[in-house]
Write a protein that binds this ligand. Structure first.
Ligand SMILES: Nc1ncnc2c1ncn2[C@@H]1O[C@H](COP(=O)(O)OP(=O)(O)OP(=O)(O)O)[C@@H](O)[C@H]1O
Ligand SMILES: O=P(O)(O)OC[C@H]1O[C@H](OP(=O)(O)OP(=O)(O)O)[C@H](O)[C@@H]1O
Length: 297
């Protein structure tokens, strides 16, 4: 069955079926109120409240499906998009699945720089990005052969050096625990990556794409900001508003007590503790921090 031609009334949305991005993706779909029931082992789920069909695919295959226009939109790692080298429109950074694609070598081995790996064997699941990196490093011209040998493995790449399959690896690193346990360390970062929305160049339901993007933007903003409320003496307001200017502007409301106002302002979560200290020292009182569960920005 050709889904693209059989589901013309639905936007086809590709999401990772398992792995590192799966949990966060389903959380984001839930937060955006994209409701679905996924039957056991079924890789298609029809949304209950929007004309969307979710297609569960391996993260590595999503750029191809979207690039060929078989799906309208997808979520996958920036690394997978770069590795696939397909024609998709890059959408928003979803701020999860953050890691680095790095060259890793044995800790006590003979290699300390990427140049020393020219002519050696490199093992990776990202053979295209690895090849491109070494082509640049070697300064390979069009009709020349790459001296460095690139070998593909599908997973557990970190075991390759100890098993004698390669001299170095190119793999994803987040905490660094996997590489440390395998006795490896980084000598170069090839790419910084995180999960992104990607779009087909000719999507079937452009208005739905805007809706999804707006809901995801709201979720990211809700996660990035908290709401800070406090009471302030009116004469201290100019100094206090410098600390909490808000995204656009703070909301200032009069209180029954004439000399006082109430202030409400969105503040970046990472700054909130320091800002609350500052507000207090400048004369604010009853300072509260409230979670934002969702918003439209
Ligand atoms: N350690 C990590 N930390 C954060 N994000 C990661 C990590 N490893 C991979 N990713 C991101 O998740 C994407 C999918 O990687 P993952 O290893 O889950 O692939 P998979 O092959 O679909 O799953 P599995 O490894 O279970 O077979 C990667 O392309 C990358 O963007
Ligand atoms: O720096 P860390 O936090 O330790 O994460 C890095 C590991 O995560 C990924 O593999 P994953 O565990 O997804 O399994 P895989 O080897 O089968 O791809 C990656 O390929 C590394 O092996």
């Amino acid at each position: 069955m050709d889904l693209v031609n059989h589901m013309t009334d639905r936007l086809l949305f590709a999401v990772p079926k398992k792995g590192r991005l799966y949990e966060k993706c389903t959380q984001m779909l839930k937060g955006a109120d994209i409701q679905f029931n996924r039957s056991n082992r079924l890789d298609i789920a029809l949304c209950l409240n929007l004309p969307i069909a979710l297609i569960f695919l391996p993260a590595a295959d999503i750029p191809t499906f979207v690039g060929e226009g078989r799906c309208d939109i997808g979520i996958t790692g920036y690394d997978q998009v770069m590795e696939s080298d397909v024609d998709v429109k890059m959408g928003m950074d979803l701020s999860f699945g953050k890691c680095k694609l790095q060259i890793q070598v044995p800790q006590n081995g003979p290699y300390q720089t990427p140049e020393q790996l020219i002519g050696k064997t490199i093992v990776s699941s990202f053979v295209n990005l690895t090849r491109k990196y070494f082509e640049t490093l070697e300064g390979v011209k069009e009709d020349e052969q790459l001296k460095t040998k690139i070998k593909y493995v599908g997973g557990s790449v970190e075991a390759s050096c100890a098993l004698g399959v390669g001299d170095a690896i190119v793999d994803l690193v987040e905490s660094g625990e996997t590489m440390k346990a395998a006795g490896l360390h980084a000598i170069e970062t090839i790419l910084d990556t995180s999960a992104h929305l990607i779009y087909s160049k000719h999507p079937s339901h452009p208005e739905l794409l805007d809706l999804i993007q707006s809901r995801f933007e709201g979720l990211l903003a809700a996660n990035k900001y908290v709401l800070c409320n406090y009471n302030a003496p009116r004469d201290k307001l100019p100094e206090l508003l410098k600390v909490t200017p808000g995204r656009r502007a703070a909301t200032v409301s009069p209180l029954e007590d004439d000399g006082w106002v109430a202030v409400s302002s969105m503040v970046e979560r990472k700054d909130i503790a320091v800002k609350m200290d500052k507000l207090k020292s400048l004369g604010a009182s009853d300072i509260l921090t409230l979670e934002i569960t969702n918003c439209r920005v």
